[in-house]
Design a protein around this ligand. Structure first.
Ligand code: DGJ
Length: 734
């Protein structure tokens, strides 16, 4: 068992192969956090708890005259509320008497094999070879009867502890919950940096590293989705932690709606981390005997630097998260119509593009936006999911058959969560969108958001999407979502329940995805929200790949994919080669580089293949061939960031290494160039020191030790934006 309770020290000990997590029941039955970090033994950590009479730090009643016990400075596993802990809390609620107090004391616990269950929301699952144990600790407020049950599932060999918190109202009156964090982790010191990923539409998941300072660092989303602006993933790491060395802690929330991550350095230089649903605009009425569960948080510790931490998440997300059988299968190389034609197409144009792409070796044609209703621009028809016969006289099934006759599979774009005011759906059901009474609507991309907190809307969408994907031969669906949510008010709730709307929207979305995506495992669903506006583990649970960004500029993509790689494996990032000058930035980059950058993900194309000349087509064909040849290395291997595009102006490089370390692929792009340039070397990573490798383009064979410490030269002949792929193969020693 990876979980133990030591009754002598009243300590819970959670052990993974390389980390330990300890907590203790205090003499007054508070649950105190003791330790999280490198693996230690079941030791008595009491000496770490230092009690002191501190000014303005109140003492709980049960401590009597003992002024040294205060929740104001002790590390806690889950904070109380309104009882003398003034740090950012794990819970806020309003009891039936109007008080805002929760005083949870340990009332019971349970240890069992297997994983706890998360109802209605995605979560990691144990696969056959995993050893997973679970601990549930009940914290009860005796006065109100409200209980918070903390859930910990330990994935022993994966170095992961998943967390959830469940509030159960065992009292005699409803309570209004205003905040319930999925987890709190209190650190004894605050000598850490915080790493988080921020951005905007078309420039997502930029890397930020800041020192933890006094006050609260808070990142999150209030846009209804996990957002382009901040990703629900953050890292707390030592000041000296780098890619290869040092301690780091990862926090990844399996949730697609509003989230918050807080890192608070308190008055005594201690650090509290909270992560969960964003309390802004959130409240939930919990009636007697009802409960509320916070989404799952995936917590990981690595003492092997940021690369080690990324590997933990990559392996777990690949193996334990995604439900699609495609997460382990080779995805087809696709060509998408969006940047090729936007809304301007008819069947002939689509068939011509598809036909021209056959020579490029692509395997799947995706028809993007514009195929339904009167959709010739982005201001109408969302909701009217009937084919536009003027553009496509034989309908989607007719088009799909013609595409299949060319030997290609067929994919389709949908944006089911939205409605245009200029649509039949809106005219029939104006009450189905989110909007507050008496207020003019707020438009985003000229569209409104359907109210997925309503059961009738969800059932309608399940039926509609299922018939779209079942009425034609469709192997791939791109599920888009193109605005941030506003005007949050749902026609079916009382005024006391309006704060539930956004979370219920997310639950409604998961319900739809359960009934549509999980019921069609033979179809690849690709997540999209204007590109990467909903790049989170919950979406990956349903969809094996996500359109990484609407920005297809290969040079901008280097930073976007770099940031994405900290938590998410390469085989989740859909990435396309598009034309130059690039439609978003106007930049011109060689086709080879566009291919190499797109292969740092799931390779695809997004261009008018009829406009490519024979030479370009041949180059694309070679890219597809290369990608397919190295598919398992790229998508299942270990990923190494060889450079940091924020600090290295000249070269951006990364490396895939097969799990058995016999093969590796190094990719590099020249991002800036100077005359009479310096000779640069790339130090490789992840190889076996004593194994000899052949390196493509370099004569001879070299040891892993040498390649990792002296590196390989970056050719000075490469010009700005040019790039290179280098393949390494272990030499079989006799
Ligand atoms: C946003 C997506 O990210 C694009 O790729 C494209 O599908 C458009 N929406 C279509 O409206």
């Amino acid at each position: 068992m990876s979980i133990k309770y030591n009754a002598d020290t009243k300590t819970f000990i959670l052990q993974t192969d390389n980390s330990s997590y300890l907590m203790k029941i205090s003499r007054y039955k508070n649950l105190l956090h003791l330790y999280y970090g490198r693996r230690i033994k079941d030791e008595d950590l009491d000496y770490l708890i230092r009690l002191q009479d501190r000014g303005f730090s109140p003492n709980p009643n049960e401590a009597g005259n003992d002024r040294t016990f205060s929740l104001d400075f002790l590390q806690q596993e889950f904070s109380t509320s309104g009882k003398g802990d003034y740090r950012s809390p794990g819970i806020e609620l309003v009891n039936s008497d109007g008080s805002r107090i929760f005083s949870g004391k340990v009332s019971s616990y349970k240890i069992y094999k297997g994983k706890y269950c998360v109802k209605g929301m995605p979560s990691l699952r144990a696969v056959s070879k995993d050893k997973v144990d679970t601990l549930e600790i009940h914290l009860k407020d005796k006065v109100t009867g409200v209980e918070v049950i903390l859930g910990y599932s330990v994935f022993e060999e994966k170095d992961i502890i998943t967390r959830t918190a469940r509030l159960v109202n065992n009292g005699k009156a409803p309570v209004r919950l205003e905040r319930l964090m999925s987890a709190t982790v209190d650190y004894r010191d605050s000598d850490y940096d915080l790493i988080y990923f921020s951005g905007r539409h078309m420039m997502e998941r930029g890397f930020n590293r800041v020192a933890v300072e006094n006050g609260i660092h808070s990142i999150g989303s209030t846009r209804g989705t996990s957002s382009h602006q901040y990703n629900p993933f953050a890292i707390i790491c030592g000041k000296n932690t780098d890619e290869d060395r040092g301690d780091c802690y990862g926090y990844s929330l399996v949730y697609s709606g509003n989230f918050i991550f807080e890192a608070e350095k308190d008055q005594y230089g201690q650090l509290r981390v909270n992560m969960g649903i964003n309390p802004a605009g959130f409240s939930f009425v919990i009636d007697e005997e009802e409960e509320f569960q916070a989404p799952e948080l995936v917590l990981a510790f690595s003492d092997k630097g940021l690369t080690g931490l990324s590997h933990i998440y990559h392996d777990a997300f690949r193996e334990n998260l995604c439900r699609s059988p495609y997460s382990k299968k080779q995805r087809p190389v696709l060509i998408n119509s969006w940047e090729a034609a936007y809304f301007d197409f008819d069947e002939e144009r689509i068939l011509n593009i598809a036909k021209s792409s056959v020579d490029m070796g692509v395997e799947l044609f995706v028809l993007d936006d514009g195929w339904f209703g009167k959709r010739d621009s982005d201001d109408c028809s969302l909701g009217d999911w009937t084919v536009n016969r003027e553009k496509l006289p034989d309908g989607i099934s007719g088009l799909s058959e013609k595409i299949h006759a060319m030997g290609l599979e067929f994919g389709l774009w949908i944006e089911p969560e939205m409605v245009s005011e200029n649509s039949e759906l809106f005219r029939a059901h104006p009450e189905w969108c989110l909007r507050a009474p008496g207020r003019p609507v707020t438009r985003g991309r000229a569209q409104l958001v359907l109210d997925l907190s309503r059961e009738d809307v969800c059932e309608y969408l399940i039926e509609t999407i299922n018939s779209i994907v079942e009425d034609a031969r469709i192997e791939y669906v791109k599920w888009d979502m193109n605005r941030s949510i506003s005007d949050v008010w749902s026609g079916l709730f009382d005024k006391e329940n309006q704060g539930e709307t956004l979370h219920r929207y997310v639950l409604g979305l998961y319900h739809i995805m359960d009934e549509v995506i999980l019921k069609h495992p033979e179809i690849i669903f690709c997540g999209c929200s204007g590109g990467g506006g909903r790049y989170d583990p919950a979406m990956l649970y349903y969809q094996p790949q996500i359109w990484c960004s609407d920005n297809t500029d290969a040079i901008n993509r280097l930073k976007i994919q770099y940031g994405t790689s900290f938590a998410y494996p390469v085989n989740t990032m859909e990435s396309h080669v598009s034309v130059c000058p690039n439609h978003q930035t106007g930049r011109t980059v060689p086709l080879n580089t566009r291919g190499i950058v797109a292969m740092d993900g799931i390779l695809g194309y997004e261009l008018d293949a009829t406009k490519l000349n024979d030479e370009e087509k041949e180059e694309c064909r070679k890219q597809v061939e290369f990608f397919k040849k190295h598919y398992s290395l790229i998508s299942e291997g270990d990923y190494y960031r060889l450079t940091d595009p924020y600090s290295d102006r000249y070269v951006c490089a990364w490396q895939h290494v097969s799990k058995d370390k016999k093969k590796a692929l190094v990719s590099l792009v020249i991002t800036d160039k100077e005359g009479n340039d310096c000779q640069r070397y790339l130090k490789l990573k992840g190889l076996r020191s004593d194994t000899m490798y052949k390196v493509s383009g370099i004569k001879g064979k070299y040891s892993g030790a040498l390649l990792m410490s002296a590196g390989i030269p970056v050719s000075c002949e490469l010009r700005e934006y040019e790039s290179q792929s280098i393949v390494l193969k272990a030499v079989r020693e006799k």
